[in-house]
Write a protein that binds this ligand. Structure first.
Ligand SMILES: Nc1nc2c(c(=O)[nH]1)N[C@H]1C(S)=C(S)[C@@H](COP(=O)(O)OP(=O)(O)OC[C@H]3O[C@@H](n4cnc5c(N)ncnc54)[C@H](O)[C@@H]3O)O[C@H]1N2
Ligand code: MOO
Length: 421
């Protein structure tokens, strides 16, 4: 153990952001997998690679309502020189595949999606024809194979479709359904329990505030943030700075085997900042506490012998949001089998000074200007100010070594919600 490791959770040691990220990955491993119906799979992460079990389309079929013909029969046909073919049958979508032996000089009526009878090689759209009795008068020459969707043209049997670590969405569900894949193997949903701490907090929005009280805004934010992720979130309660109660409540979460336990508040230097001591008391190992970031510096990450991960998010609302977006999210990606995130980049519209040595994470808004993303760093970067978040759609992140952020700089940008892929 080197010096940095041995004192990385002592009061004055601040870990580098990159090192903290590395530790989150080193100390976590993927959750178990389960088989789910594709209709319940959206938002889940695939824990298998999928190859096409079949050819799709399963048979040659028509892309147009019209007539199946042989293109050679219509060689030279146009408006001034129509060619007539004898109509000998009709196939609609859902009908069996026909096999016609004598197709010379013949036409076969066909609907979009219907199997093209064997013996014909192309389709002439109905609008390029006129029906006169049993004669189909054709006013154009179809190219060979025109408007025929070939068997296997979309998916070929055995072709790789989606890989391990893909987030399932409506697009992938459409592909699975087309391929007849009913069930897929995914990573299990992650159980998350959320504590708030602070006797100043009021959870009930209908309750009026007494002097010294404020509303709990972190908890609704945390619940909202997890909403579309493969996570089951549980409210573990609001602790009014009663340490003994917290010991009991945290032990209960540990007994349940909750995978991720999150608290906001009580991780800094105050007299009631009891999270670190409680973790140690219950046998947890603090992996890091405090990082060289602004805001959110007092972030804490611990692990318990039963495998539960613990995040002590700093209480200030923005610090809490940053802890969730940049620390909990990294661990969550890792345990769900997802690769670590790559930021977008955007052109800064307004500069500012920053503290050297700290990674500064800024409330920011991007918009797309022609082909590039532009970002405005919002007014009101203090960690208690929630109002700018209502204008933000993400975070601009300035690296440790920069002294200033200038207009025109290219900066990393992380969308507010976890950017999956
Ligand atoms: N002497 C020092 N004081 C502080 C330091 C420091 O280094 N030395 N760090 C500051 C920083 S940075 C932060 S961030 C905060 C973090 O403090 P805690 O995590 O211990 O959080 P609390 O003290 O409990 O609360 C901080 C702040 O946030 C409000 N809060 C808490 N929970 C909620 C909630 N659920 N919803 C809305 N607002 C919440 C709380 O009322 C406080 O105003 O410490 C600094 N101090
Ligand atoms: O880091 Mo604190 O999060 O600056 O307010």
């Amino acid at each position: 153990m080197n010096d940095n490791q041995s004192n990385r959770y002592t009061e004055n040691y601040l870990i580098d952001f990159a090192q903290a990220q590395q530790l989150l990955i080193e100390h976590s491993s993927p959750v178990d997998t389960e088989i789910v119906d594709i209709n319940d799979a959206s938002g889940r992460v695939l824990a298998q690679s999928i190859s096409s079990p079949v050819f799709v389309p399963p048979f040659n079929n028509s892309a147009m309502d019209g007539y199946a013909v042989n293109s050679q029969d219509l060689c030279g046909a146009d408006q001034s020189n129509p060619i007539s073919l004898e109509l000998i049958g009709l196939t609609a979508a859902g009908d069996n595949i026909e096999s016609i032996t004598d197709t010379k000089g013949k036409a076969w009526k066909i609907m979009t999606g219907a199997p093209v009878p064997e013996g014909f090689d192309s389709i002439i759209p109905v609008e390029n024809t006129q029906l006169e009795g049993n004669q189909v008068v054709c006013f154009s020459t179809p190219k060979l194979a025109a408007h025929i969707r070939k068997r296997g043209e979309d998916f070929s049997e055995g072709e790789a479709i989606t890989s391990w670590g893909t987030i399932i969405n409506a697009n992938t569900v459409m592909a699975f359904a087309a391929l007849g894949i009913a069930k897929v193997k995914v990573f299990k949903k992650v159980n998350v329990s959320v504590f708030s701490t602070g006797k100043e907090l009021v959870d009930d929005p209908n309750q009026s505030l007494k002097p010294g009280q404020i509303r709990n805004s972190n908890k609704p934010f945390i619940f909202e943030w997890f909403k579309d992720l493969p996570v089951e979130v549980h409210d573990a309660g609001t602790n009014f700075d009663e340490v003994e109660k917290f010991v009991t409540d945290l032990q209960q979460e540990l007994n349940k085997g909750t995978e991720i336990i999150i608290s906001s508040g009580a991780v800094s230097m105050g007299d009631f900042d009891f999270i670190p001591q409680t973790i140690k008391k219950l046998g947890g190992e603090i992996i890091f506490h405090k990082s060289k970031i602004r805001p959110g510096k007092p972030i804490l990450f611990a692990k318990f012998p039963n495998g539960s991960y613990y995040f002590g998010l700093p209480g200030n609302p923005i610090s809490s949001a940053i802890g969730l977006r940049f620390f909990v999210s990294s661990l969550l990606r890792n345990i769900l089998g997802l690769p670590q995130e790559k930021p977008l980049t955007a052109v800064v519209q307004n500069g500012m000074n920053k503290k050297v040595g700290f990674r500064v994470i800024l409330k920011a808004a991007v918009n797309i200007n022609s082909t590039k993303l532009e970002t405005t760093i919002l007014e009101g970067q203090e960690s208690f100010k929630i109002k700018p978040l209502t204008q933000a759609n993400g975070w601009a992140v300035a690296p440790e070594n920069k002294e200033t952020i200038e207009k025109g700089d290219i900066i990393d940008f992380y969308p507010t919600m976890l950017y999956w892929q």
